[in-house]
Design a protein around this ligand. Structure first.
Ligand SMILES: *Cc1c(COP(=O)(O)O)cnc(C)c1O
Length: 399
């Protein structure tokens, strides 16, 4: 038999970073000295106390069996509730409003299967993390794109959503601090979103993967801080970026109890939970000292300042982000984002991601992830080196 993948898979472009990883391997094999601002994967190790908690828990045979708890082991859900209360001042019911996930991508990708029917409209920002759109399509939903534009601070214009679309919409995706634009929002924006969602009966799904990756005193709000938000909102949280745990696959969803139950019920047909020892390590992360989070912020802040100040000195009108470890930089006028990313790679050995990989409204920008591996020189020196390569080798000009 010659296998033909499903139409839904054939209609889906390859996941952006797969091809890039192959290209990188090929260039490195040829001896290229690459500075990788590509995928957003923290270069620093997971803090030691979290690794040790995993090792201890892995020695306990009680963790070796299926996690039959449904929503996650009770200790993990309690730890989420405690941290959430401390961080956002919002009380969560660990038995109804919290669900552990195999990384937040698991929940983000499966939510549409649990809450929309084929033909239902889902409101999707553009540019955005590619999973929102793809998962909606997999589930047979009809995406309606909400452009995120620089002049609007990369917030969607809710008033621009046509009435008939709003009345048919069942789901809306949002993400702040935003990937890929690094924009942030305030609680007032969420108040408007809650009103809109209540008026039109829409489930708001907020991706808070970067809630703790913030700078300059900015503190990211949760939508659940808005009165009544639990009626219409579910949030996705990740330990990946906060505690350098991308490889571990642990995250959680919180919020509307019916949405949590629907997602949990869907997932009970798909996976069998998260290794309990990893959930115990998650408990250590959430309940332990948080100074590792402060160190993580400081590390990225220094790199951010070197890259942004360096690009600005070359005339690039790039903003200094207050959230996420991304720098969203306009390409030189006249360039297109894929071509400029290609120029940086070929001319300077610099990997970044074209904005167009995140949707058509990402055109005109490239995304630099500050998760640069430093090797012997250290990450800061590598970021400095990148700036001088852009200046000397690419001679990019934004004038
Ligand atoms: C990294 C990322 C995620 C996924 O994180 P997990 O490792 O699956 O928890 C989700 N959303 C955005 C915007 C991300 O950048």
């Amino acid at each position: 038999m010659e296998l033909r993948p499903s139409d839904r898979l054939l209609e889906t472009p390859p996941y952006p970073f797969i091809a890039l990883a192959a290209k990188k391997r090929e260039l490195v094999a040829k001896g290229a000295d690459l500075i990788d601002f590509g995928i957003g994967d923290p270069d620093q190790p997971t803090p030691q106390h979290i690794v040790e908690a995993l090792c201890r828990a892995a020695h306990d045979p009680a963790t070796h069996r299926y996690d039959e708890s449904g929503l996650g082991i009770p200790e993990f859900r309690r730890a989420v509730a405690d941290r959430y209360q401390k961080r956002f001042g919002v009380a969560l019911d660990p038995d109804r409003e919290i669900l552990r996930l195999i990384g937040s991508k698991d929940g983000i990708a499966h939510l549409p299967w649990a809450v929309i029917n084929p033909g239902d409209v889902a409101l999707i920002p553009d540019p955005a993390y590619p999973v929102y759109l793809r998962a909606v399509r997999f589930a047979g939903g009809e995406p309606h794109i909400m452009p995120l534009l620089p002049q609007a601070g990369y917030l969607p214009d809710l008033d621009a959503i046509p009435k008939d679309i709003a009345s048919k919409a069942r789901l809306m995706w949002l993400c702040y601090p935003n990937q890929p634009t690094a924009a942030v929002c305030d609680l007032d924006f969420y108040r408007r979103v809650v009103q809109f969602a209540q008026r039109h009966n829409i489930l708001v799904a907020l991706d808070l993967a970067y809630s703790e990756v913030t700078f300059d005193g900015y503190v990211a709000p949760s939508i659940l801080q808005v009165d009544g938000a639990k009626e219409i909102a579910i949030e996705f949280h990740s330990l990946s970026k906060t505690y350098n745990m991308t490889g571990w696959r642990i995250g959680f969803a919180v919020g509307n109890a019916a949405a949590i139950k629907a997602l949990g019920d869907l997932k009970s047909n798909v996976d069998s939970g998260v290794f309990a020892a990893i959930q115990q390590a998650g408990v250590a992360a959430l309940t332990g000292a948080q100074d590792c989070v402060q160190r993580m912020r400081e590390e990225y802040r220094v790199r951010r300042d070197i890259l942004v100040d360096g690009l600005r000195a070359l005339g690039c009108p790039v903003e200094k982000p207050r959230g996420t470890f991304y720098v969203w930089a306009p390409v030189p006028s006249g360039a297109d984002s894929a071509a400029f990313a290609e120029t940086l790679l070929a001319g300077a050995g610099i990997i970044c991601t074209p904005g167009s990989a995140y949707g058509k409204h990402g055109e005109g920008f490239v995304r630099f992830s500050l998760t640069v591996e430093g090797g012997d020189q250290g990450a800061e020196a590598r970021v400095r080196e990148a700036v001088s390569r852009i200046k000397d080798r690419v001679k990019a000009s934004w004038q």
